[in-house]
Design a protein around this ligand. Structure first.
Ligand code: CA
Length: 233
């Protein structure tokens, strides 16, 4: 198992990493929310241990951003006085929680349970529109039977939308998902990358049918299954 440990208490993080390695698993540590989002966007993980009290942002924020593109199992760590946060974390898509101070055997058991549960039905791997197909497993986009060349940042943006087809993905989630890719934290850049994607994938890029702007909120990948109206790019 590849486990990402998101914890700013370094001795505790180190102890968890040692515990995992002793059991034959791999444990990497991120000690801030930002480091966590970078690590989560840059590699595949089997499970995430997420402390809720991080120095730069609320762990729940990390979780919400992560759920914009990934269903990787997450076990949150919370202190006893953080009961409200724990509820918010579960509402935001955490799979389980462990209250500090905890016993390593208990943590290990919970990790096993959530990863076993995640081995159930796999998430949708291919998302098709009448104009193009996004293959999430092979990480390619196909139009008219041929692979379309997209940059890593364009792919990331497309992937974030394709993991939630026909649903609005808000700008904050997209920006968080692009972190660690040298993309300045400004909505303006999302619009630029979206225009590039439209020029490669839309029949009429100025009147997008599939990569749709949702005014004031973000963007949506319309699969065309419900009939789509042009966005207002
Ligand atoms: Ca902490």
């Amino acid at each position: 198992m590849r486990v990402l440990i998101v914890e700013d208490d370094r001795p505790l993080a180190r102890a968890m990493a040692i515990m995992l390695r002793a059991g034959g698993d791999e444990g990497a540590v991120a000690s801030t929310g930002r480091e966590a989002l970078d690590a989560l966007g840059g590699a595949e993980w089997d499970v995430v241990i997420l402390d809720l009290g991080l120095p730069d942002m609320d762990g729940v924020h990390v979780l919400r951003a992560l759920r914009g593109w990934s269903s990787v199992p997450v076990v949150v760590l919370s202190a006893r006085h953080e009961a409200d946060q724990k509820v918010r974390a579960l509402d935001s898509g955490a799979d389980d929680y462990v209250t500090k101070p905890f016993n390593v055997d208990e943590l290990r058991a919970r990790l096993r349970v959530v990863t076993r549960r995640a081995e159930g039905p796999v998430e949708r791997r291919v998302v098709s529109t009448p104009g193009f197909t996004v293959d999430l497993a092979r990480r390619i986009v196909i139009r008219d039977g041929a692979e379309v060349g997209v940059t890593p940042t364009e792919w990331r943006l497309l992937e974030l939308l394709a993991r939630n087809p026909d649903a609005t993905v808000d700008r904050e989630t997209l920006l968080d998902g692009l972190r660690g890719r040298s993309v300045p934290h400004q909505s303006h850049y999302i619009r630029v990358y979206m225009q590039q994607l439209r020029s490669k994938l839309e029949p009429v890029p100025s009147q997008p049918r599939f990569l749709v702007t949702v005014p004031g909120r973000g963007y949506r990948l319309d699969t065309g299954s419900t009939g789509s109206a042009p966005g207002d790019s």
